[in-house]
Design a protein around this ligand. Sequence first.
Ligand SMILES: Cc1cc2nc3c(=O)[nH]c(=O)nc-3n(C[C@H](O)[C@H](O)[C@H](O)COP(=O)(O)OP(=O)(O)OC[C@H]3O[C@@H](n4cnc5c(N)ncnc54)[C@H](O)[C@@H]3O)c2cc1C
Length: 460
Amino acid sequence: MSINKDYDVIIIGAGPGGIFAAYELTKIKASLRIAVFEAGNMLSKRKCPIDGVKIKKCIGCQNCSIMSGFGGAGAFSDGKYNITNDFGGTLYEYIGKKEALDLMHYVDAINLSHGGEGTKLYSTADTSIKKACMQNKLKLLDASVRHLGTDINYVVLENLYNELSEKVDFFFLTPVREIELADGGYSIKTDDKTYTCSKCIVSVGRSGSKWMESVCAKLDIPTKSNRVDIGVRVELPAALFSHLTDELYESKIVYRTEKYEDRVRTFCMNPYGSVVAENTGGIVTVNGHSFEDPARRTQNTNFALLVSKHFSEPFKDSNGYGESIARLSNMLGGGVIVQRFGDLIKGRRSTKTRIEEGFVTPTLSAEPGDLSLVLPGRILDGIIEMIYALDKIAPGTANDDTLLYGVEVKFYNMEVSVNERLESKYEGLYIIGDGSGVTHSLSHASASGVFTARDIASRI
Ligand SMILES: Cc1cc2nc3c(=O)[nH]c(=O)nc-3n(C[C@H](O)[C@H](O)[C@H](O)COP(=O)(O)OP(=O)(O)OC[C@H]3O[C@@H](n4cnc5c(N)ncnc54)[C@H](O)[C@@H]3O)c2cc1C
């Protein structure tokens, strides 16, 4: 332990990765001096200005309350903790499949003991839906899913914060500007002060991706371009999907398109949920969430249908490609565009009247338009094919009134070169969570935090 440093460990970013790293460090080495620097606000002060009345659409706040602050991008999420190595990241490639799963179960137990008790754990084991999928050229991925719901997820975060704030120094609204090597440790520069530490955990998530790139460039840490997922969010009457969502809550289903053999997949399924707009660095895309509390449920289920694109040579900027498509949609629709499936198939734009006359009431106020003017044909064709395939296991999916919101883009951080300890080429500088490109989910990001904390505790 270094007494000449301000802190033993500095954690940058208070998303699930940073929170679970702090939690585990305080559990196993209570004597450590730990600080967490977070660009966003504390949980209780995180407020998205969209109220549905005065402000209906994203106004592009500089510091997006949905993406930043205590709880990270996951704070107002649906709180679906997928316990699986099949999706949500490639943590297992670094630490092994068993260790990764054990850590995800450990995180689940912490969530339960901090307000999540009583929430349901869904599983794909022994489901007949798997066979129905196979019979229709679809593949259901294996997973257990703890659904906390947006409301309980918030309670868990509140409880974790109350516990941690007694043992850890939190600096909110304090983005870290630079990390420098200093005297066997690191110096962490904020706008008005510099702090030193022996070990540093960087867990800046998706919203910190540009900054992460600059840190890697400056410290000469190798990176690789990652993929981008592009598609739409589908919204339909919850009853059409209830046989899937009642049993599995979230079904991750994959389809291979006939012509291009692209993989289209369902993502982030929200039974009885709402579609929401999301702002990443001024680009408005679409997402969804749902509540555990039955009183806050809607009549609709929503989920994304996404196609992955990965560019390598000569064009490497997968995220830039996704951004351009999102910008095009923002240019045409002023934000998110909504279109009835029937209008898309008939080759016409949706209008306010056509949406109002439809049987599905949108849960997000979006601009009626034409997604075929936004999405590349190859991607849109794949999505249409998959909607027809889903119609076979959930009849009604391909109804004219099914709503498609666009665009949904899942940006992935470039993959940072880290070793099997999730440590960069510099000893004691760990890069974890979604910011490392290794994880893409609540459970994997949280597990990476616990893993790193244990590694540090064993070495410090
Ligand atoms: C609307 C929504 C719904 C989602 N739903 C789910 C779901 O149901 N299940 C699931 O598995 N995943 C879901 N996700 C994804 C999930 O939230 C992320 O995978 C997860 O939060 C990643 O955790 P993280 O700690 O790596 O990063 P983040 O949660 O992004 O946290 C990073 C934190 O670092 C801060 N930061 C960034 N740069 C700096 C800096 N320079 N200095 C200081 N702080 C900085 C940010 O403000 C942020 O708070 C959802 C995401 C969104 C946006």
